[in-house]
Write a new protein. Structure first.
Length: 231
């Protein structure tokens, strides 16, 4: 058992790195991987950088170089579901790339040609453990399961938000999760995506995101720290 914990930005992994026991840092492809233990569980914590390419590369390195057995992606996202408010947490059921579009060739929106699934399913046990961990350490925070939609763009327009809801039934939008999910799926690594809502992916997102991102990331970090205790 060895868990890879990925965050796109430093604030999403900083608190977790501080809690590591005897971490060893190794840099690969410009990413710093902190290999140690968290709550007596072997983990590797890494900031992958923003975007799907960075995210997918990070999973492959965790698999090939660090031999992780599970993947957790922690961080913030824009809320799409009206039942999610800023500060709430979403645990992934599935993840899909909303900017993958090969529709003219007969594929469904978001479908990656050559793969046997449209949306990448999170591991059921990891989903369950994440929900229970959140209830334990963030009892005042609303948590739900749902669909993560990912693309290389920050969502801050009502028309785009409507598209992600109508066409993908997305519950939150961000820029890495589905790429991490795809790489984990292809490498047969159980995974889960944990997202704290930092904005509503609308015209206020540019103001709300910098205001609430730190608090949202903190809630995710608390959840992840509790989560690894179950392994």
């Amino acid at each position: 058992m060895k868990i890879g914990i990925i965050g796109a930005m430093e604030l999403e992994v900083a608190a977790l790195k501080q809690e590591l026991t005897q971490p060893e840092c190794r840099e690969v492809a410009g990413m710093k991987f902190y290999d140690g233990t968290l709550a007596d569980t072997p983990v590797v914590v890494v900031q992958c950088g923003v975007g799907k390419v960075n995210a997918a590369m990070c999973v492959q390195i965790l698999h090939d170089v660090f031999r992780v057995t599970h993947i957790i992606n922690t961080g913030v996202a824009g809320g799409l579901n009206d039942n999610l408010e800023i500060g709430d947490i979403l645990i992934s059921k599935t993840a899909i790339q909303h900017d993958m579009n090969v529709v003219p060739l007969g594929y469904k929106p978001g479908q990656v040609p050559g793969l046997d699934t449209l949306a990448f399913p999170a591991d059921e046990k990891m989903r369950k453990d994440a929900m229970e961990s959140c209830s334990k350490v963030n009892p005042d925070i609303h948590v739900m399961e749902g669909i993560v939609v990912s693309g290389d763009q920050f969502i801050a327009e009502a028309s785009v938000k409507k598209h992600l809801i109508n066409d993908f039934q997305g519950d939150c939008a961000e820029m890495e999760g589905a790429a991490i999910a795809q790489a984990a799926y292809l490498n047969k690594l159980p995974f889960v995506i944990i997202r704290a809502i930092s904005d509503k992916a609308d015209h206020c997102a540019q103001m709300d995101y910098p205001t609430f991102e730190k608090q949202a990331a903190h809630h995710c970090a608390k959840l992840v720290a509790e989560f690894v205790k179950t392994y």
